[in-house]
Design a protein around this ligand. Structure first.
Ligand code: ZN
Length: 305
């Protein structure tokens, strides 16, 4: 691994409810990675889905992070207020002739296409790539916008997962950057936001590993350097289930009533392989023993709290 000299990391929570332990776990590792090397943390609210998100949730998220001792140096503009910025990058793709409108319905996409390598979405076969102007006009509705992908390999040298390789042409296909309703998708927004904030390392859940090649491609098109990646294992409940927002007993609203932040962080750190056994330690104390080499690669079962 080749960490940047002055790392810049980020928290990028979706303000749609209380953090659950899986979110806390990824946030803790993102913070430890950066702070253990004297770097900068950036906070950004990923609230593209304005139906599900809100400022009240964002306020509680900030308060929860500070309760945990996971602080940040600056908060950048939330995604919901950056449509004009995303539009500018979208136009750049258009000017390069890389965009086209896709009129396929969800059921059409599912019926003919093979599943993507790992995340369950479908490999897009380019159905709408070469529609004529007359064919487009006949559709009589707004399309989603896809970016053309090159036939070439993208390699993620992940700090936790090792090497992950994808050919976007065969494993993903041309992908959507703007939905038919005009909303920009996560892949475009996250690339622009991380790039403009100068983020040098992206620490997040393993479920997003397969989106990294798409973001690396967009980074290249927009002229941003590639950040380092660390996709951390998903946290499982003590009985082996994957934690989700439905596990209300493990969200911070409930947990804060019965545990101290040091106990919570120490338990997560021990579950991850950072400590030999759970002990109550602050985020600052954990930063002194942090190293990516110690973090387990496979799913991590939470020790009882
Ligand atoms: Zn299509």
């Amino acid at each position: 691994m080749t960490p940047a000299l002055s790392p810049v990391g980020r928290f990028a929570p979706t303000p749609s409810g209380r953090m659950h332990l899986g979110n806390v776990f990824a946030a803790m590792l993102a913070w430890l990675s950066v702070r253990s090397r004297g770097g900068t943390m950036v906070l950004r609210m990923e609230d593209l889905d304005t139906q599900r998100t809100g400022e009240e949730y964002a306020r509680v998220l900030r308060e929860d992070l500070l309760w945990l001792g996971l602080d940040w140096d600056l908060e950048t503009e939330p995604q919901s207020r950056r449509s004009a910025v995303y539009e500018d990058y979208f136009r750049r793709l258009e000017e390069q002739g890389l965009l086209y409108g896709c009129y396929c319905t969800r059921s059409q996409l599912h019926s003919v296409n093979a599943p993507h390598l790992s995340d369950g979405t479908y490999v897009y076969p380019g159905t709408c790539r070469d529609l004529t102007d007359a064919q487009r006009a006949a559709m009589n509705r707004a399309p989603a916008w896809r970016v053309k992908v090159p036939d070439r390999l993208w390699q993620v040298n992940d700090w936790v997962q090792g090497t992950y390789v994808e050919n976007l042409a065969t494993d993903c296909g041309d992908f959507v950057v703007r939905r038919a309703d005009g909303v920009f998708v996560y892949q475009l927004a996250v690339t622009v936001d991380d790039g403009e904030a100068g983020v040098t390392e992206v620490v997040r859940g393993m479920d997003l590993l397969s989106s990294a090649p798409r973001q690396m491609y967009l980074q290249e098109l927009f002229g941003f350097p590639h950040p380092e990646y660390a996709h951390v294992p998903m946290l499982m409940a003590p009985d082996g289930r994957r934690l989700s927002k439905r596990d209300r007993d493990l969200d911070l609203g409930i947990l804060r009533q019965r545990v101290r932040p040091e106990q919570l962080l120490g338990t997560l750190a021990a579950s991850a392989g950072l400590l030999e056994k759970p002990e109550a330690l602050s985020a600052k104390e954990l930063a002194t023993v942090f190293s990516w080499e110690k973090i387990k690669k496979e799913s991590i079962c939470l020790t009882e709290l």
